[in-house]
Design a protein. Structure first.
Length: 107
């Protein structure tokens, strides 16, 4: 069954990420205040991005992935800025292998 991962922009400027098998119906539900508790409190909502998948479980997996992203990374996805998206995906902490190999600063 086909699935969609989507991003809505809410009236407060925040993004809501979801997945569904019927994109048009789900966006209408959100617009009518029936979609989710979060979007119903921040109407109106606007569909700003979506991806289509062959199966709903793939869309759900992608939803969970994107939900964990920063606002800047979501905005790069929405604008289809692949290089910016790639740069924002670079690890910037010491959990990354090459980061851990560098000598620690002694302040």
């Amino acid at each position: 069954m086909r699935g969609y991962m989507y991003i809505l922009e809410c009236s407060n400027g925040k993004y809501y990420t979801g997945s569904t098998i019927d994109l048009e119906k789900r966006v209408m539900e959100h617009s009518n205040g029936e979609g989710s508790n979060f979007t119903s409190k921040h109407l109106p909502v606007k569909l700003v991005y979506y991806e289509e998948y062959q199966r709903i479980d793939e869309a759900f997996y992608r939803e969970k992935q994107v939900q964990g992203w920063s606002r800047k990374k979501k905005e790069a996805l929405i604008r289809n800025e692949t290089q910016t998206l790639h740069n924002l995906a670079v690890c910037r902490n010491e959990t990354r292998f090459d980061c851990a190999q560098r000598p620690k600063r002694s302040d």
